[in-house]
Design a protein around this ligand. Structure first.
Ligand code: ADP
Ligand code: MG
Length: 503
């Protein structure tokens, strides 16, 4: 398997006044299930709709309304579990998690505490230089999202928008296997990539489509290894949970701050209070929000409105059979089949759309050359204007056409860049552009020879120098290329110049 080819990265170590400390991090990622309808109602999940326009009676907790499970959301959770190589629980159950929020009309959230739909899985997080962390996933459960309170529209009133109420979330809980801020961000990036490949979550963090609660504790070197041997959480430090993080940058900054805060308290002889904290990006600090509530505070109990969820192994097998190729496998295939570097394969597989585009360009062509054109020319150009592959002005078949013209010897690599620029700004057919604008490489030996002869005749002093020092022949090649507008076949020019200077 892939994992054994990687070495474990070093955990982040922070030198305190009284010795070294290590970080231990576990993430609870809330990923919105990609689905047109909510978990227990047919209301739309469309983002950015008019407030309170996507609300079914059951979402608003009207008396007598009953939830009906959305089979597709269940399928998406199963697909996600399979994509994370996790155990799928054929029996799972929904529980009520009771608490009051103005944006939670039911007065409880329907979640899965005791019997989640997905059990243990894993995420391989590559950290560069042949290192990777295999982060264990503890469970994934399905639950409803809450609505949104709006406090900044009126000085005297608060509003509530129930559009998000009842939208399906998958809570993906990791084991505390993440050992530093960069690993935490890389874990979220990798998880998001897998979910996007699976089509089970859009992973759009700005829209709140994916957010993470970050649990941080610090310990002494060796303690985490003890935890791995015994699975005894008691050997780890007390954790604090930083709620609702929706940017990779803030996740890292919050972990940095929080771990140093804990170390300072511990070195001062204090102890960590388990609590929920909020990160303030303006001040770059975490602040206490509330003391940590325990499961029993919520008075969880099986939701009497819903039967236990039982699914069939056949159905799971069908979903398994339909899984797409996932990032690790695609990356390995790109390296093996196209002979590209790991780095290029990373770039091309980061987004599924990029990988598809590349494979269309590479189809029947030189893979390395195709990768080069897609990454260096196209991505470079798109980046300049903040474009992505989905709004690329140059299509895969146009880019492929450019590569074909190089392969046929119609244009040099240098002219190809000019053709690419024309395609990017004006569009068109590569072969026609080359034809109609006279960009074709001159392979006519007579024409090239005439150009070489002219340069030699015009520059007798240079000729003497070049005869004494053959390294200076390059100057003539350059002049001929210039005179032919870069269209002369470089190989032919080199040979001819060498021949003429020698005679
Ligand atoms: P809760 O709902 O109380 O937050 P969960 O079991 O849902 O509890 O999630 C707990 C999270 O905290 C998991 O991601 C787990 O890996 C992580 N965690 C548990 N103990 C520690 C610890 N000592 N340090 C860091 N993270 C921890
Ligand atoms: Mg939790």
């Amino acid at each position: 398997m892939l994992d054994v080819t990687f070495a474990a990265p070093k955990p982040k170590t922070i030198a305190g006044a009284k010795g070294d400390w290590e970080l231990v991090i576990g993430l609870e990622v809330h990923a919105q299930v990609a689905s047109n309808a909510k978990l227990f109602s047919g209301a739309s999940t469309k983002f950015g709709a008019e407030p309170n326009s996507n609300v079914a009676f059951v979402d608003a907790a009207m008396p007598g309304m009953l939830p009906t499970i959305n089979e597709f959301c269940v399928e998406q959770a199963v697909r996600t579990g399979l994509g994370l190589k996790a155990d799928i629980n054929l029996f799972s159950q929904f529980d009520r998690k009771n608490y009051f929020y103005p944006d939670l009309p039911q007065g409880y959230q329907i979640s899965q505490l005791y019997h989640p739909i997905v059990g243990e899985g894993e995420v391989l997080v590559e950290m560069g230089n042949g290192t990777a962390r295999l982060v264990r996933v503890e469970r994934i459960h399905l639950e409803q999202d809450a609505g949104k309170s709006v406090h900044d529209m009126d000085p005297n009133m608060s509003f509530v928008d129930l559009n998000r109420t009842g939208v399906a979330l998958m809570e993906i809980v990791s084991r505390p296997d993440i050992r530093g801020p960069e690993e935490a961000a890389a874990y979220v990036v990798k998880l998001r990539q897998i979910l996007r490949y699976l089509g089970t979550c859009d992973g759009n963090m700005q829209n709140g489509n994916m957010r993470a609660d970050v649990n941080v504790s610090v310990c002494k070197p060796g303690d985490y290894e003890k935890f791995r041997e015994t699975d005894d959480f008691g050997v780890l430090g007390t954790r604090c949970e930083i709620k609702n993080m929706n940017s990779m940058r803030f996740i890292q900054a919050a972990i940095e701050y929080e771990s140093r805060r804990q170390i300072a308290i511990l070195e001062d002889g204090g102890s960590i209070v388990q609590e929920t904290r909020l990160y303030d990006p303006d001040k770059n600090e975490t602040r206490s929000m509330r003391s940590k509530e325990e499961a029993h505070d919520y008075r969880y109990f099986p939701c009497p409105d819903l039967l236990p969820l039982t699914i069939k192994q056949d159905w799971v097998d069908g979903i398994q059979a339909g899984l797409p190729e996932l990032p690790d496998a695609k990356k390995a295939r790109f390296v093996a089949d196209y002979g590209m570097t790991e780095y290029d394969a990373d770039v091309l597989t980061a987004e599924l759309a990029n990988a598809h585009f590349f494979e269309e360009v590479a189809q029947g062509r030189d893979g390395k050359q195709a990768a080069n054109w897609v990454i260096n020319e196209l991505f470079g150009r798109l980046k300049k204007e903040d474009h992505t592959i989905s709004d690329s002005p140059v299509s895969a078949s146009q880019l492929g056409g450019v590569i074909d013209l190089i392969a046929k010897g119609d244009i040099s690599g240098k002219i190809a860049k000019d053709v690419f620029e024309i395609l990017y700004t004006e569009g068109g057919d590569p072969a026609q552009i080359v034809e109609s604008r006279g960009m074709k490489q001159v392979t006519d030996m007579g024409a090239i020879e005439a150009a070489v002869d002219k340069i030699i005749a015009d520059n007798p002093a240079q000729v003497d120098k070049a005869r004494a020092n053959p390294k200076l022949a390059g100057w003539f090649v350059g002049q001929v290329m210039k005179a032919t507008g870069g269209k002369a076949n470089p190989k032919a020019v080199n040979e001819l110049v060498a021949k003429k200077l020698a005679s």
